[in-house]
Design a protein around this ligand. Structure first.
Ligand code: ADP
Length: 489
């Protein structure tokens, strides 16, 4: 469209280091692709470890002065950044849809969510209180203050190209840290646009650095960020495999590590549920971003008495999804991010088919729409040896499993080494308490399919991660407690 062309000519397409637009020393670049069309929409620098060292140095120089700013000064700058982001929300949403493929209304939703972290942490910046603790000894006084970690490395995924950056960078900057951000190779433009607006907001050079790198260069860049003695914390959102690698790499310097990794969210519907509300929640949780969110319902675990009704109503709701290019008005489900993701979903479905699952609807690519599109798929007759039961699908596939007793339902829900989000629907208040406490996850949705909020702590247990983001706890990831003892009073 005219609008998109006007926007794309204004996209920054170089890395951002020390307040300058930066090309790789090697001169290498990589392409960014619109997943809806398969077309190249931009070319950005492919940085290697030597380039990223320049960014680390810049974050270190900037930290010397940034750490001395007052909380109020940092708050004001974050507020300026937030105001500019809000003013440009349509522009930002267009970038997100262009490189991540999600429908425009969803992109606008992400922009609002992403921006809210900048606003929230502009407020939290002023509340990094210390503590005065009564001492047991008359001649001593005990104080504890909170200080920024230092320069941090932030490695982010493509499924929420804005929010996964602002949730980390907002907290880091508020705490007084500077950062080197490595955005996902699929969605670097959004990150660069955020940097452009941060610069406009007056955030000093070197406080935010954005290093773009291809999939090929990413491992060396990640290794340097983890192993550099000049980086004091790593915050990562992405796959469990990469998260474990980064955790290992961070051990040599004993850095602070924050990890938001994959989930395998159970979505339990009990006999006592309001089935229509459960179906609406299921649709929102499963098909938002084409199933590519780490809190997406991965397994629908449905009690016997309501199984048939739930599956039937879910099928009807799914038939109303409109697949296509996210920039087309009526579309409410976009493509998968890339062919690797399409192939993964195909592998999971074929495995289920081979092992005897029933494909109620879907089950193949939507090739008439485009190469990266997959039909909304509903599967029953699922057994615990199937990949769709064990793995995080990250696609528009609803897997329905039947159970009998509450105990059995919980056992299925908890039978995974992941523990990010979990959802259940019931109107029995005692059951609601019991199940909320028994679910082995970091976040629970009770009669609700969409739970993320800036004000609430986001994070997982088991192999789904370490630490919490957002909420006032989000500041803890970027601060150290220093104990100061006054003696001989
Ligand atoms: P996905 O497979 O969904 O792309 P990843 O965990 O691979 O999820 O990607 C999340 C982020 O981690 C991206 O920014 C990606 O570039 C980055 N990443 C991938 N591999 C590595 C690695 N070896 N070291 C550091 N970062 C990595």
């Amino acid at each position: 469209t005219m609008c998109a062309q006007r926007y794309s000519s204004t996209w920054p397409t170089k890395s951002y280091v020390n307040g300058e637009w930066y090309d790789a020393k090697s001169g290498k670049t990589f392409d960014v692709i619109n997943p809806a069309t398969g077309k190249i929409i931009a070319t950005v620098p492919d940085l290697d470890a030597s380039d990223v060292q320049v960014a680390i140095n810049s974050a270190n120089d900037a930290f010397k002065t940034w750490k001395k700013t007052t909380a109020k000064e940092r708050s004001d700058l974050l507020r300026n950044w937030y105001n500019i982001l809000v003013k440009n929300k349509e522009y930002l949403a267009d970038v997100v849809t262009s490189e991540a493929g999600k429908p425009l209304p969803e992109s606008l939703g992400e922009v609002a969510y992403g921006n809210s972290f900048v606003e929230w942490f502009s407020e939290e910046a002023r509340r990094t209180y210390g503590e005065y603790v009564p001492s047991p000894i008359k001649t001593k006084e005990i104080l504890m203050i909170r200080q920024p970690l230092g320069p941090v490395g932030l490695i982010t995924p493509w499924n929420f190209p804005i929010a996964m950056i602002t949730r980390k960078a907002g907290a880091a900057l508020a705490a007084g840290c500077t950062c080197v951000i490595k955005p996902a190779e699929n969605t670097p433009i959004t990150a660069l646009v955020l940097a452009k607006f941060a610069e406009e907001a007056g955030i000093p050079k070197g406080v935010i650095n954005i290093v773009t790198a291809s999939r090929e260069n990413t491992p060396e860049v990640g290794k340097l960020l983890c192993e550099s003695p000049d980086i004091y914390g790593i915050s990562f959102t992405g796959s469990t495999e990469v998260g474990k690698l980064l955790y290992k790499q961070c051990s040599s310097t004993v850095k602070r590590v924050g990890l938001e990794l994959g989930g395998n969210a159970p979505f339990i519907v009990f006999n006592e549920a309001d089935i229509d509300k459960a179906v609406a929640g299921a649709m929102a949780s499963k098909f938002r971003n084409c199933g590519q969110t780490c809190v997406s319902a991965n397994r629908f675990i449905i009690q016997k008495k309501v199984f048939a009704e739930f599956v039937d109503k879910l099928k009807t709701a799914m038939s109303k999804l409109v697949i296509g290019n996210g920039k087309d008005g009526s579309v409410n489900m976009g493509p998968l991010i890339n062919l690797a993701q399409v192939e993964k979903v195909e592998r999971i479905i074929n495995d289920a088919k081979n092992k005897g699952a029933n494909i109620i609807t879907g089950g193949k690519r939507a090739l008439s729409v485009g190469e990266r599109f997959y039909e909304p798929t509903l599967i029953t007759n699922v057994t615990e040896d199937m990949a769709c039961y064990i793995e995080e699908i990250f696609g528009p596939v609803a897997v329905c499993i039947e159970f009998d007793t509450e105990e059995e339902g919980l056992k299925i829900a908890n039978s995974t080494n992941r523990g990010l989000a979990g959802y259940f629907y019931s109107r029995d208040i005692s059951q609601i308490w019991r199940v909320s406490k028994e679910l082995e996850v970091g976040m629970v949705g009770v009669n609700e399919g969409i739970i993320s909020s800036t004000e609430a702590a986001f994070g997982g247990i088991k192999e789904s991660g370490l630490g919490r983001e957002g909420s006032h706890h989000g500041m803890d990831e970027y601060t150290e407690i220093k104990y100061i003892c006054f003696g001989n009073i």
